[in-house]
Write a protein that binds this ligand. Structure first.
Ligand code: SF4
Ligand code: FE
Length: 480
């Protein structure tokens, strides 16, 4: 396993094409836009290598028995699923933001299970290939980004009927030694600072969409791959001197990128689905279930920091003992722990897949994510309510440092004795970032938009069976 410093050094050995605000970055991992996200991902390495949280952060590989980071582990029992949620809560509270590595983790598990299913049905060798690939990922402790969402163009049309056929990633060439892919993937968390990109289809595909049924692994610096790092709320602050107005050194959300594949060659040993569209739906569903359950863990960890920051600000304001403020803090606790309970519950009720790894309960997992789409907004509203209008109007750090006005600003923004104006500003900036548009939209659409969960929820709830049960309990005649 690597520690955080080794992870950063390993990134620097790669030569990816990463663009930000119109420029190709020469030293991308040191650029102020990316550096906070690199730092956050580095924390996942430090926490695993540190030895203090071994039971949560590390696991025994099911492939070769070695000690590995849990971020590269197959979920081999309900206990593994529960420990994963515990890990996400832990890293979420140590960084206070998205630490990016869970998408690749869930991608690994989805690909493993579906590769097995395809092999069973079609006599292919995908799982053997993936096993070799995963062993390398585990041994070298590589960070992989899961790349599922395509740009989708006109959403009323399937991929193969789009005016531009490249609007979903597809196979444009088949060679004896591999395939060539073209297209783009959007909103890809942690992609710029990952070693590997796991490309996966975004929907189930009938035979006419076979070219779009592609699962493969692409190194971040593969020829033909370009990464365009996205903008976030208040991102210009990252380039200000001292970066005080950023809140924390860890950034907000997951440093999402758009990935553009311009005829990227992928050798056979990195291809795990190439045309078997009837298995793409299962891959998406399993990946989504795992990833939706995650949000009860990581957002819980983030909310631990947000709740703490809000309570500290209430203390500075002198309102912490007010019964109404305390009730609002209680409401935050209620929302966060409801989600955490759902994530743990969906893990405890997991089921074994034919490939041997375990899937969370999809109904509970989707319910968790559906709750997150509301609760994160509600938590943000409560934090805004307690913190006050300062979140929106606080002068910049440059003003507080200014020769003429700095002293007066410090004087007039004083709070409770024992706290500095700087403390107060730092807390405001963290709360501002973690309740900003980027953060809220990530909670709404990350791991799938609200409606995507509702479709699974209704299907999983089996209403017909419940109608039958109601008939039985209430005593209705059969067949009426
Ligand atoms: Fe992990 Fe949460 Fe970030 Fe998704 S949003 S990558 S689950 S920390
Ligand atoms: Fe996310």
């Amino acid at each position: 396993m690597m520690n955080g410093t080794e992870y950063v050094e390993s990134l620097k050995k790669r030569k990816p094409r990463i663009f930000y605000r119109g420029k190709l970055l020469e030293a991308p991992y040191e650029h102020p836009a990316l550096a906070p996200h690199v730092r956050t991902a580095a924390m996942t390495y430090d926490l695993a290598a540190g030895g203090e949280h071994d039971d949560i952060m590390t696991a025994t590989s099911s492939l070769d028995g070695a000690k590995i980071s849990r971020f590269t582990h197959l979920f081999m029992s309900p206990e593994d699923l529960v420990r994963k949620i515990a890990m996400l809560r832990l890293v979420g509270r140590e960084t206070g933001t998205c630490f990016q590595r869970c998408v690749g983790l869930d991608g690994i598990n989805a690909i493993w299970s579906v590769a097995y299913d395809i092999d069973q049905a079609k006599g292919t060798q995908y799982q053997r290939r993936f096993r070799e690939y995963l062993l390398r990922l585990q041994r070298e402790d590589l960070m992989s980004a899961g790349a599922m969402t395509d740009p989708k163009g006109d959403r009323s049309l399937p991929p193969w009927q789009q005016a531009d056929p490249d609007l979903y990633v597809r196979i444009v060439g088949r060679r004896p030694d591999g395939i060539v892919i073209r297209g783009a993937k959007t909103h890809i968390t942690g992609a710029a600072n990952s070693h590997e990109i796991l490309v996966m289809p975004t929907l189930g595909l009938p035979p006419e969409g076979a070219d779009y049924a592609v699962t493969c692994a692409v190194p971040i610096d593969a020829p033909g791959l370009s990464v365009v790092f996205g903008r976030q709320s208040n991102d210009e602050r990252k380039e200000e001197e001292g970066r005080f107005d950023c809140g924390t050194p860890y950034g907000i959300v997951g440093g999402e990128s758009t990935l553009i594949f311009e005829d990227v060659f992928v050798p056979n040993e990195r291809v795990f689905m190439a045309g078997e569209g009837e298995f793409a739906g299962a891959l998406v569903e399993r990946f989504s279930a795992w990833h939706r359950a995650n949000y009860g863990g990581c957002k819980g960890g983030n909310a631990d920091v947000l709740l703490g920051a809000t309570a500290l600000l209430a203390e500075i304001h002198g309102t912490i003992k007010n019964a109404i403020v305390r009730d609002k803090l209680t409401e935050i606790v209620h929302l966060v722990e409801t989600n955490f309970a759902g994530a743990i519950g969906s893990s405890a009720l997991g089921k074994r897949l034919p490939a041997g790894n375990w899937l969370v309960d999809p109904l509970l997992a989707n319910t968790v994510k559906q709750n997150v789409t509301r609760f994160v907004y509600q938590v943000a509203r409560l934090a805004h309510d307690i913190a006050g209008g300062l979140l929106s109007t606080l002068p910049s750090d440059a003003d507080f440092q200014g020769e003429e006005m700095g002293g007066l600003l410090v004087k007039y923004f004083a709070g409770k004795k024992g706290f500095s104006t700087e403390d107060k500003r730092k807390l405001c900036r963290y709360i501002e970032g973690m309740t900003s548009v980027s953060t809220l939209v990530e909670a709404l659409h990350g791991a799938g938009s609200p409606q995507a969960q509702r479709i699974v929820m209704l299907r999983q709830a089996d209403v017909a069976e419940k109608m039958k049960q109601a008939r039985k309990v209430i005593g209705l005649d059969e067949g009426k």
